[in-house]
Write a protein that binds this ligand. Structure first.
Ligand code: SF4
Ligand code: SF4
Length: 80
């Protein structure tokens, strides 16, 4: 049995690419620089962000906070 200190909450960044307007805030402010512009456009013609290195995400929530379109969420996925 593991102690509480060893449990890690897994939070994955969820990007609703349809809502993105490619302002670039999330990519600019991510402290780990792991959000990059997609090569494809969304249905509205914008390049949306993609998570380039999910393992490096520290679940800080900055990307979700700065997104003016509410296109990013950090729903808890469980614990490992
Ligand atoms: S939660 Fe933080 S580290 Fe993870 S992608 Fe968003 S801004 Fe970057
Ligand atoms: S902050 Fe939001 S609208 Fe701006 S590029 Fe990122 S996901 Fe798109």
């Amino acid at each position: 049995m593991r102690s509480m200190g060893e449990r890690k909450l897994i939070v994955l960044v969820e990007i609703n690419k349809r809502l993105c307007k490619d302002c670039g805030y999330c990519m600019h402010f991510c402290p780990k620089k792991i959000l990059a512009e997609s090569k494809e456009r969304n249905s509205r013609g914008y390049f949306y962000p993609e998570l380039t290195d999910p393992d490096a995400c520290i679940s800080c929530g900055i990307c979700a906070t700065v997104c003016p379109e509410g296109a990013i969420e950090l729903p808890p996925k469980g614990e490992d």
